[in-house]
Every structure is written in C-alpha cells, then in structure tokens.
Design a protein around this ligand. Structure first.
Ligand code: PHE
Length: 341
C-alpha cells in the first residue's frame, strides 16, 4: 500500500497533479483518511496490531508528498530562470515627456524680452476688489466701462466694504505697483484675468500682459518705441509695423489702440508689412487722476501703460486658431503645435 502511494506521488508531473494525489490519499474523503477512521471501530487488540502500520503509512505518504513538492517547485524555478530571462542591454523606450504650455512659454519669452529693456515683473491677486480693478483706475461706480467688462462678482465684500471680484484685466497691478514702490517704475505684470465671455477668440479665463512705466518726462514716443522693440523681438521680425489709433480707456489719456500690420501670403496673414491691420493691444499715457489716486504727484511723474492679450500673442506667433483649445488640456493639440513629445 505504501509503495503504491509513493509511486503515484513520485509520478505526479506538476504541482496540480500532486495536489490531486494528496487529496486522494489524505483529503477528507481520501483513502488513507478512510483507513485512519476504521481505527475507531476496531477492538483494542486489532488496533494494537494494525494502528502503527496505518500511522506509518500516513507519515510515509506525507513525507513523499513534501519531497515531491520541493522537487517540483525547484524544477519550476529552474524553468522560469531559463525562460524568463531579462536582457538588461535592450534599449529603453522613451517615457512621454511633459512640456511647457504655450501660454507659459510666451510669458517666459515676454519676461525675458522686457528684462532686456530694464523692466521687472510684478504680480497681483486674481481675486481683486472693485477699488483696485475699477475705482482707482478712474472707473467710478456707475461708469459705463464697468458694465462693458462682464465682471464675475463675489457675494462678499472685503473688510473695507469693497466688493470682491475676479480681476477683469491686469491693470489693477498698475495701482498696486504705484502704491507699493517709488518711481521710477518699469514693470510688466503677466497673469490670469476673467470675463464672462466665451467664443472662438474669448474664454472666461484668459491672460494679459500689463506694461507700466512711471518716470519723469515720459511721452508717447517712449510708448511707441517700447512696443515696437518688444513686438519685433517677440515675433522675431524686423519688418513689424505698428499703427496707433486714438481710442478711449478711462485710465489713460490720451489712449491708443495699437494695430500690427500683416501681409497676405497665399491667402494667409503673415505678420510684417502693412497690407492689413490686426488689433493687438490697448495703451496710453497714464491718466493724471490714476497717478494721484496712488498718492503720486502727476506734475512730477508721468508714464505710459499698455495691456495686451497673451493668448492672442501665442495664437499669432504659433498659428493657433481656436483660443478655447488652449485650455482643453488635449495632448494631441499640444503635439500638433510641437509643444509635447
Ligand atoms: N486694461 C485694458 C483692457 O483690458 C487694456 C489697457 C491697459 C489699456 C493699459 C490701456 C492701458 O482692455
């Protein structure tokens, strides 16, 4: 009996077959288990005569199973080691790489260009109050310009009773800069701005670049030279032509809308030359009232300011046509324009 079981165990070809034999011998319904159960029904003499043999049988078969299991596991491991070999010399495939978003890249480029002209970078809060966003910029309560801005308001006011809002432009950073440091001031302020507006060229969140210069004897010529120098550097073209049109902003006087010239090449607008004009930014000489609201003497200090859509600059430079795609986070779009691997 013992030899027969040990032969069956030794013949088990894999761990699963071995388990089948174990259950057949020692499982609840197993043959040897059944033998063990008969011990209880035997007389004392019979149990003495046969008990030891049955227990030995169980021990021998158990040992045989353990030995076979060890051998099969070792063989399994050998096979795995032989077949599942890793070739450490194979080249690694490149993981996908992140990249700088076009808007962030344009902001970096702008900061670099203006740093060369001696401008520092300022920032301000995106959650503003209506004094910094409007009143100090010569847009009093009930001024029609407030309605034109499609402002997102908060329910709450700040500690001084000023209504909180999402800034509609970066111009409040002009106020914070003039109140926070002494002139001369040569600063740009890039950042997020918000208006309740959405179509192919407007998103509720967009980016502006504010420029502010406050010094003695500043005039429109300085503004025009600065804008020309900046746009030639940004678009990397010497043939950029600007056109200033009289306009109106409550916080600048005089005010000018600035257009950039383009040429039609195969039906496409290419910046440079003056075949046609594209509106690019708003600008002007800082209104004396704004300078005074910041505690400076407008007779001593003059300056210019401009405000420009950063997303629009990116669209023009990289030939992107739908502003909404900027903020969809679609990697295919970024790859298409060479911004992601
Ligand atoms: N803040 C204006 C806007 O958002 C732009 C601007 C800035 C105009 C500075 C003049 C001077 O439309």
């Amino acid at each position: 009996m013992s030899r027969e079981w040990r032969a069956r165990v030794a013949a088990a070809e894999d761990l699963q077959a071995l388990e089948t034999e174990r259950v057949a011998a020692l499982g609840k319904q197993g043959a040897i288990t059944a033998l063990l159960k008969t011990l209880g029904t035997m007389s004392a003499e019979q149990r003495q005569a046969e008990g030891a043999a049955i227990h030995r049988l169980r021990e021998q078969v158990t040992e045989a199973i353990v030995a076979r299991k060890t051998a099969l596991e070792a063989a399994d491991l050998d096979r795995k080691l032989a077949t599942e070999m890793l070739d450490m010399t194979l080249p690694v495939s490149d993981p996908p790489q992140g990249s700088v978003h076009p808007v962030a890249q344009v902001m970096d480029e702008l900061a670099e260009i203006f740093a060369d002209l001696g401008f520092s970078v300022a920032t301000g809060p995106e959650i503003e109050d209506d004094w910094h966003n409007f009143t100090a910029l010569n847009i009093p309560e009930s001024h029609p310009a407030r309605a034109m801005h499609d402002t997102f308001y908060f329910d709450k006011c700040d500690g001084e009773g000023r209504r909180m809002l999402l800034r509609t432009h970066t111009s409040p950073v002009q106020i914070r800069t003039m109140m926070g440091q002494k002139p001369p001031i040569y600063t740009i302020a890039p950042g997020r701005t918000y208006r309740s507006d959405s179509d192919a060229t407007h998103t509720p969140m967009f980016h502006q670049l504010e420029g502010l210069v406050i010094d003695r004897g500043i005039h429109l010529g300085h503004l025009k030279w600065t804008l020309e120098t900046f746009l030639k550097a940004f678009f990397e073209r010497e043939d950029i032509v600007l056109r200033m049109r009289p306009s109106y902003f409550p916080f600048t006087e005089p005010s000018a809308e600035v257009d950039v010239g383009y040429t039609l090449v195969n039906g496409r607008r290419v910046l440079g030359g003056s075949g046609g004009w594209m509106e690019l930014l708003g600008s002007g000489m800082v209104h004396p009232r704004v300078i005074a609201a910041c505690g400076l003497d407008p007779k001593e200090w003059q300056g210019f300011a401009f405000g420009c859509g950063i997303d629009r600059l990116a669209m023009l430079k990289y030939g992107m046509d739908d502003l909404r795609a900027f903020f969809d986070g679609d990697l295919r779009w970024l790859r298409h324009y060479g911004f992601s691997s």
